[in-house]
Design a protein around this ligand. Structure first.
Ligand code: COA
Length: 243
């Protein structure tokens, strides 16, 4: 006689659509809508294997998410997602700036940490298309992604912020989590000033290098980062999707 054991159901805390925690036994995952313009789910496995990933994905699609997207993953981690039907959807370049040498000064006055989230969201919504823009949850998540974060802004003539960057400071590596310049102010050197100011903050904090990821098709951003000394790493990242 054979006995077929079925896995216990995934349990959730929180209400979908909204930030939720999914669990099954010891396995844990966080999910939230991609942003407030895109109903797809963004899923992050905290601990658990392919079967839990598969179950979380089924739960989210069963709850109305048109598709589920992974975080940016290297090819090793991507294999687990591919094993349960995810496909590579958005190729990203991983770029790195060594901070051994001093970083040139920015050409604009850059202010640190004096921010109102609504101001940053206004810039972000104008700068990014619907899919890539942050909603409040995404912005707060980016700021809280590391225990030590800084937000930098450049103000326009009316003293309102028109460009911003979010930096996460780790022990050895810092992360340029976000960079956006309002379209009215693009091509006036503000992006370059924020990259420099971010790298100077990271260097002063004692980190050895700054890393970031960006869409491979984002030519303006890649040109900017390359001209400031960032080097594209051999292994790209990818966001995977399952519908
Ligand atoms: C990418 C971005 C931050 C650049 O900011 P910016 O203030 O316009 O850039 P700068 O004026 O400092 O330009 C610096 C360099 O970037 C490159 N660059 C900027 N915009 C460019 C464009 N539209 N086309 C080609 N190269 C561009 C150029 O090499 C430029 O140097 P140059 O002016 O000497 O030619 C801005 O276009 C933006 O906010 N884009 C939307 C959001 C985004 O993609 N953020 C980055 C995500 S990783």
């Amino acid at each position: 006689m054979s006995v077929t054991e079925s896995a216990p159901p995934v349990q959730q805390r929180g209400r979908w659509p909204g930030p939720i925690r999914l669990r099954r036994g010891w396995a844990r995952a966080d999910a939230r809508p991609w942003n407030d313009r895109t109903p797809d789910a963004n899923l992050r496995i905290i601990r658990g294997g392919a079967s839990f990933l598969d179950a979380c994905t089924a739960w989210l699609i069963g709850s109305g998410a048109p598709s589920v997207l992974s975080p940016p993953l290297g090819s090793g981690a991507a294999k687990t997602w591919e094993s349960v039907g995810y496909q590579r959807s958005v190729p990203l370049s991983l770029m790195r700036l060594e901070l051994a040498q001093p970083v040139p000064a920015p050409n604009h006055l850059v202010v640190s940490d004096d921010v109102v989230l609504d101001d940053l969201l206004r810039i972000d919504h104008a700068a990014f298309d619907d899919f890539w823009q942050f909603d409040r949850v995404g912005l707060e998540e980016a700021i809280k992604a590391t225990s030590n974060a800084r937000t930098l802004t450049i103000r326009g003539p009316e003293a309102d912020p028109v460009a911003y960057a979010v930096i996460g400071l780790g022990h050895a590596i810092s992360y340029l989590q976000r960079l956006a310049v309002h379209p009215d102010w693009q091509r006036s050197g503000m992006g370059r000033s924020l990259v420099r100011a971010s790298a100077r903050v990271a260097r002063t904090a004692g980190t050895r290098a700054m890393v970031l990821n960006t869409q491979q098709q984002n030519e303006p951003a890649i040109r900017l980062y390359t001209s400031e000394g960032f080097v594209t790493q051999p292994e790209p990242l990818t966001v995977l999707r399952r519908s």
